[in-house]
Design a binder for this molecule. Structure first.
Ligand code: SER
Length: 886
């Protein structure tokens, strides 16, 4: 059964059973604890925790997942993968254990003709959490499983949580017995290769704290309701149903290997080393393409670094297979063709994806060349010193500066018969990580203990947001925190966090800065400096009690700083316009990668695999969006369904989690985007958008900065003033300034050239006088003198050559010194006849240079040097004389 059919059957089975089919979330969800989405339940986490009411009681999804924990094992075995798909069904307080077991059993063992997977029920085993008698009873009753094929296991195997505080619960896993040729009898407890886990049913009921119940620590709480989270490994089911040995042989993965075979001319299955390389390529090409598809670009940290490692390992593996031409695009094409039936965006986004991989491959190939040089010299040094271990500092330098993954350094070192000091390397990496962590911690949105906020949310529900329409509103303080702890009251001067039941204050999100303002009651005032949303649905005002004592349950009037908000809204609408303009100019491969909407100014970051926006394009974009301002278009915001938004062609951000209902901000056919921010009512309110700059901020990502409204006007009027002043000063019309300045610069250059010519002539004019000072030392004419001060090496050389020319064909030595502050420059020139007598300029220098605290060298006819002791010139001249005589 083809993988796409497996996925289709899964979805159909659960939709028939009343589940809403929810699309896979992006691999990049805004969860600080997760690099990539690694399970189907991640997008539903707020529903399990009860932070947000679930929009449906039952859901099913096919979630793309990336787990990069054991990237180094990938390829060496056939078991590890970084990319896989998890098919899941979820119940949010609806059915529980019995329902989960029944649904799974029917699909797994249901016959092929009626939409099931047709697994032989007699080869199915299950495991349950140690004391879960209820699950055992249900497996017997619903599935008719005999006691011998139900095994109890401990928390390590049969308790599931996300590895961090959050939802969790005991689980029950379904295994398929592949038969005696794959291993020992005795069920999953005895052999997990023979008994292959295909499906995990989690009975999600607990809230896990810092320590995991997997290790026996009690959960810190109970979830508001009993839920179900299941995950079936699509690729595993695929290889069982396709009768092949492992995931690399399945219909969606084998074609990538086939492409590598075609490019390299080698065969999969012929040698263990090559097989590892084939598998690395197949796995990484899949995860790499899917990750780029979700908007990540290669970089040196976080997700971007993982992506970079994946892509570089592919290139490196291909090279080890003997392929030297670029390969990434070819592999990406195969992944696109195999995966697009489930992920159609791989087709529409392919131009962008392939541009990213091509740019990365090109960068890596030049890195390889540059880094290989560093590597070679490190190897040479190590070997010369008789060592067998490459220093960790060099490995770190290769990693940090040249982007060499450590495994690449290890591999290359091994080829040279060397090891790498990995302890030192790890220590340096650790240091770097601590620095990054400290940096993140110093930013204001702590991801610390969210349980306090969650408690407020549990007791009082979400904060109603009124700020799309109201700039001031009455609300009640439902949560008051000092130092992160709930308090009944906070006196004047306290730094507080305040939660209201309703508020017009916008919490920082989507690049838009928070509102500031005041919360006032009859007896106290709180100045609000910042607003954040540490858990979904809650808005937390941060500020200071400026008079009176703030108390919980007090009614307040919440009023935002209207001018600031208006200015931020102008910037936010401006960002949408810049986004639309840039996409119009560069095409759809330019995708938003981040933004800032601050009072009066905006920043728009976008991926641009195709490179810079040219100054002409930028000027055109600026002109175009200012024309849109003048059209005074209405900026409409409305809620609609995700499907409708897609139909309308609304732009969506990668990594953003959008629910069923989405908010669209619409400026007619020019710009239409999903957005939760605040905007102006009509484009004319923005007044003016002035683009300041465009430039690269990292691999493939570019940034446009702009000013809006009066800030843009102020900037332009300042520039105008500057131009007027220049025009006045240069007595030219503003439009003639460039030409006038060009003229001035040219004249200055000519004058400098003349001056230089005169100076050089003046220097050479002294040559005659110097030559006349020649003294005869044992038949050699020697001119050893201090020339005028301040001559550089060039002047001294010319002068010395000129003097030497005047000494004719006799043996002659010229040594000139010139001081400049605390420095001395010197030059020695010899005639051919002197050289015949064995007097070489280069060898004369060491005889006298120490006298001026210096050194130098050169050829027999001309040598030069410098020193730091001008007081020694006389002594140096003496030494030179002696050397000529000697
Ligand atoms: N969350 C569970 C897992 O990842 C089941 O979906 O295994």
């Amino acid at each position: 059964m083809q993988t796409h059919e497996i996925v289709r059957r899964f979805t159909e089975h659960f939709v028939k059973a009343g589940h809403t089919s929810v699309p896979s979330a992006s691999l990049i969800l805004d969860d600080p604890n997760l690099l990539f989405v690694n399970a189907g339940m991640v997008q539903f986490k707020p529903y399990f925790l009860g932070d947000v009411p679930a929009p449906y009681p039952r859901a099913t999804s096919i979630q793309k997942c990336v787990r990069t924990g054991d990237i180094d094992e990938v390829g060496r075995t056939t078991r590890h993968n970084t990319f896989f798909q998890m098919a899941g069904n979820f119940s949010f307080g609806d059915y529980f254990k019995a329902g989960a077991i029944e649904h799974a059993w029917n699909l797994v063992t249901g016959d092929l003709a009626s939409g099931g997977f047709g697994f032989d029920p007699d080869r199915i085993w299950v495991t349950v959490y140690q004391d879960d008698d209820e699950a055992i009873a249900l497996w017997k009753k619903i599935a008719g499983l005999p006691e011998e094929r139900i095994q109890r296991r401990g928390g390590k195997d049969n308790y599931w949580d996300m590895g961090v505080p959050g939802p969790g619960g005991p689980c029950s896993e379904i295994y398929y017995d592949r038969g005696p040729e794959y291993g020992r009898e005795g069920g999953p407890e005895a052999d997990e290769d023979r008994y292959l886990e295909i499906w995990n049913l989690v009975f999600m009921q607990d809230e896990r704290g810092e320590l995991s119940p997997k290790l026996g620590h009690p959960p810190v709480g109970t979830l508001p309701s009993k839920n179900i989270d299941t995950g079936m490994g699509v690729e595993r089911v695929a290889y069982l149903l396709q009768g092949v040995a492992n995931v690399y042989e399945t219909d969606l993965v084998r074609p990538v290997i086939a492409q590598a075979e075609a490019l390299s001319g080698r065969r999969y299955g012929a040698s263990p080393e090559d097989d590892t390389r084939f598998r690395v390529i197949a796995d990484h090409a899949r995860s790499g393409v899917m990750i780029i598809g979700d908007g990540v670009t290669p970089s040196n940290e976080g997700r971007g670094y993982v992506l970079r490692r994946l892509l570089r390992r592919i290139v490196r593996s291909a090279r080890l297979l003997g392929v030297t031409q670029p390969v990434l695009r070819a592999f990406a094409e195969v992944v696109r063709d195999e995966m697009s039936p489930t992920y159609p965006e791989l087709v529409t986004d392919f131009e962008r994806i392939s541009a990213v991989v091509e740019a990365e491959e090109e960068a890596f190939l030049s890195t390889l060349t540059a880094g290989s040089r560093i590597f070679d010299s490190a190897v040479a040094e190590t070997k010369k010193a008789g060592g067998l271990v490459l220093p960790g500092d060099r490995a770190f330098q290769l990693h940090d500066t040249y982007g060499f993954p450590i495994d690449l350094t290890l591999e290359m070192a091994a080829e040279q018969g060397l090891e790498v000091d990995q302890d030192r390397f790890t220590a340096l990496m650790q240091e770097q990580r601590s620095r990054a962590k400290a940096d993140a911690a110093s930013r204001k949105v702590g991801h610390g203990d969210a349980s306090v906020y969650r408690a407020v949310l549990d007791n009082h529900g979400i904060t109603e947001f009124l700020g799309y329409t109201d700039l001031a509103a009455e609300g009640t303080i439902v949560g008051l925190l000092v130092d992160g702890q709930p308090v009944p009251a906070a006196p004047e001067g306290s730094s507080v966090e305040v939660v209201l039941n309703r508020t017009p204050f916008y919490a920082e999100a989507g690049g838009q800065q928070a509102d500031t303002g005041e919360l006032r009651s009859g007896s106290f005032t709180i100045r609000v400096d910042d607003v954040q949303s540490p858990v979904a649905g809650l808005r937390v005002h941060r500020g200071v009690v400026t008079n009176g004592t703030a108390t919980v349950d007090s009614p307040v009037v919440a009023e935002i700083d209207v001018a600031r908000r208006a200015s931020i809204s102008r910037a936010h609408t401006g960002t949408h316009l810049v986004h639309a303009g840039v996409r119009g100019a560069l095409g759809t491969s330019a995708a938003q990668a981040g933004s800032l909407n601050a009072p009066g100014r905006l920043r728009f970051d976008f991926t641009s695999p195709s490179g810079a926006v040219t100054p002409t394009q930028l000027a055109e974009v600026e002109g175009e969006i200012n024309a849109v301002l003048q059209q005074n278009r209405e900026v409409e915001a409305y809620e609609t369904s995700m499907d409708e938004a897609k139909r309308l062609g609304a732009m969506m951000l990668f990594g953003e989690k959008y629910g069923d209902r989405v908010r669209v901000v619409d400026m007619g056919d020019y710009s239409r985007e999903l957005c939760g921010g605040t905007h102006v009512g009509r484009t004319g309110e923005i007044g003016l958008i002035k683009v300041l700059s465009e430039g690269s901020i990292g691999s493939g990502v570019r940034r446009v900065e702009a000013l809006v409204g009066l800030d843009a006007f102020d900037h332009m009027s300042k520039e105008h003033l500057l131009v007027s002043q220049l025009a006045e000063q240069l007595k030219a019309k503003p439009e003639d300034l460039p030409e006038r300045i060009n003229g001035l610069v040219e004249r200055l250059r000519d004058a400098e050239r003349d001056l230089e010519k005169h100076r050089a002539e003046a220097v050479l004019a002294s040559a005659g006088t110097l030559a006349e000072q020649a003294e005869d030392l044992d038949g050699v004419s020697v001119v050893a003198v201090e020339a005028p001060a301040g001559l550089g090496g060039n002047d001294l050389r010319n002068l010395a050559s000129d003097v030497r020319g005047r000494l004719g064909s006799k043996p002659g030595v010229v040594a000139l010194f010139s001081t400049d502050g605390a420095k001395v420059a010197f030059v020695v020139a010899t005639t051919a006849a002197a050289r015949d007598k064995g007097l070489a300029a280069g060898t004369l220098i060491p005889a006298f240079a120490p006298a001026v605290g210096g050194r130098g060298g050169g050829k027999p006819d001309l040598a030069q040097g410098g020193g730091t002791d001008p007081s020694g010139v006389g002594a140096a001249i003496q030494k030179l004389r002696e050397a000529v005589r000697g």
